[in-house]
Design a protein around this ligand. Structure first.
Ligand code: NDP
Length: 463
């Protein structure tokens, strides 16, 4: 049987582009289709523009702190349109690099929507033509949950639009308290917007270590970000003076310029033609894959956010690399999802690797918890309030560090490096014998000699 392509990839985001580029680089005939812009969520409407906006929003703090260091800063002003335009220039540059990388490797790019028509068949919408491929990779990613059950949801924005608002709002409510809500709350606050987070649960950032969650909550409130917990919207409607009138579940009403829904992401499987090939979904609607990212159909693989595994760019790229090694290099590799370092670019930032205290206490019977909270040196002269947190969780029986949680400036950068040590199986003794780098915040990680408390059989024991 001969096919038009050795590999056809649907979706030009992090996972899809990596798979297409690597396989084309091996001399195989590869096609890739993207209906929006190459680079996908991360480059176009996610990680990259988000980080640029985080940098932009830090300046208000830098200007405030300058006086403590002897600087006089003149009158400052912020122009949202300039930021949006500069961001656009940068993501266009990156998009160009993605395209160039694919072309350079010899892949054929299609700027069109593509859908499955069978186990080896892909329909290209712009050309209304079906192409065939020996292997097909689905890497179409996800999209913000539009929360269609909410009356008036169409008045709200989601993260895709937040980057390109025509004007910066004066007052915004962000619903949800996960990565996106918390990061955008910091961004908008730093740019001078009045921000409220509305969360259905008890504490922001479920799934993160409780100390980190509480400390970030406290610091957000100290900065002036309002956090309303145990509540959701009951409906949204057009307001009179302000754009939107938001009704909360306890009967309160808030008039704001923007409502931002950051309530998780859903896979982009609608109309993808999965039924033509018989590709199965899991109960949550994500494409079901085995440990090698293969679907139930032998010729079709799925990578990245559409599979519902950790929704992170490096994870999608890693899954793509494993797919290439397994299918084209005769070197079967399963993606390794253990000990993924992650950061939340809140302000202050969170960096984390491994288990939370809660999860570690369920897994290990004998834990040591090391904690240091202190004011970062950088805050002292400007008299900025706010504490930094360093926390290590150690399985006392093996002495292995099983969780590291940091809140404070550059926490993400630190988590990346601790991730290496933890992946190598570092023990607490390894941390202790590592020389401190002074003066730094990170040195606290290697100078916490005595446990702050122990957890034995799930119960905290304070000495
Ligand atoms: P998250 O899953 O992180 O957070 C979703 C939030 O919405 C949670 O607070 C959740 O509450 C709440 N929620 C979900 N459904 C409802 C509902 N029906 N009503 C009310 N509240 C609801 O999703 P995000 O959208 O913030 O981000 C999506 C993913 O993108 C992340 O999980 C992450 O993998 C990735 N991402 C990573 C970033 C990074 O690496 N820095 C940055 C941004 C995104 P509850 O907790 O109670 O379920």
């Amino acid at each position: 049987m001969s096919y038009d392509y050795d590999l056809f990839v649907i979706g030009g985001g992090s996972g899809g582009v990596r798979a297409a580029r690597r396989v084309a680089g091996l001399g195989k005939k590869v096609g890739i289709a993207e209906e929006s812009r190459y680079g996908g969520t991360c480059v176009i409407r996610g990680c990259v523009p988000k980080k640029l906006y985080v940098y932009a929003s830090h300046f208000s703090e830098h200007f405030e702190d300058a006086a403590g260091y002897g600087w006089t800063v003149g009158e400052t002003s912020f122009d949202w349109k300039t930021l949006v335009a500069n961001k656009e220039r940068e993501i266009t540059r990156l998009e160009g690099l993605y395209r160039k990388g694919l072309e350079g490797a010899g892949a054929e790019l299609f700027d069109t929507r593509a859908e499955l028509r069978g186990p080896h068949e892909v329909w290209l919408k712009n050309e209304d033509r079906i192409v065939t491929a020996e292997r097909i990779v689905i890497a179409v990613g996800g999209t913000p949950n539009p929360h269609k059950d909410l009356e008036g949801h169409e008045l709200a924005i989601v993260s895709d639009q937040a980057f390109d608002l025509t004007e910066l709002p004066e007052k915004i409510i962000i619903a949800g308290a996960g990565y996106i809500a918390v990061e955008f709350a910091g961004i908008f606050h730093g740019l001078g917007v009045d921000v409220t987070i509305l969360y259905r649960g008890m504490e922001i950032l479920s799934g993160f270590d409780d100390d980190v969650r509480e400390m970030l909550h406290e610091q957000y409130e100290e900065h002036g970000i309002k956090i309303i917990t145990h509540q959701v919207f009951s409906k949204l409607e057009k307001g009179s003076d302000r754009a939107i009138r938001a009704h909360l579940s306890d009967g309160d009403v808030m008039d704001v310029d923007q409502v931002f829904l950051a309530l998780g992401r859903v896979p982009m499987t609608d109309g993808l033609g999965l039924e033509h090939a018989g590709v199965e979904l899991d109960q949550r609607g994500f494409i079901k894959v085995n440990e090698y990212s293969r679907t139930n159909v032998g010729s079709i693989w799925a990578l990245g956010d559409v599979t519902g595994r950790e929704q992170l760019t490096p994870v999608a790229i890693h899954q793509a690399m494993c797919f290439v090694a397994t299918e084209y290099l005769d070197r079967p590799e399963r993606p390794d999802h253990e000990l993924i370092p992650t950061a939340v670019f809140s302000q202050p930032e969170i960096g984390t690797v491994g288990l939370t205290e809660h999860d570690a206490a369920e897994k290990f019977r004998n834990l040591e918890v090391y904690k240091a909270t202190f004011r970062p040196m950088k805050y002292v002269l400007p008299n900025r309030q706010g504490k930094m947190l360093m926390k290590l969780i150690v399985d006392a029986d093996s002495n292995r560090v099983v969780g590291a949680h940091i809140l404070g400036p550059d926490a993400g950068e630190m988590a990346q490096l601790i991730g290496i040590a933890m992946k190598m199986g570092a023990s607490k003794a390894d941390f202790d014998r590592t020389m401190a780098l002074h003066p730094s915040a990170a040195e606290e990680l290697v100078t916490m000699y005595e446990p702050t408390y122990r957890i034995i059989d799930g119960k905290r024991q304070d000495d």
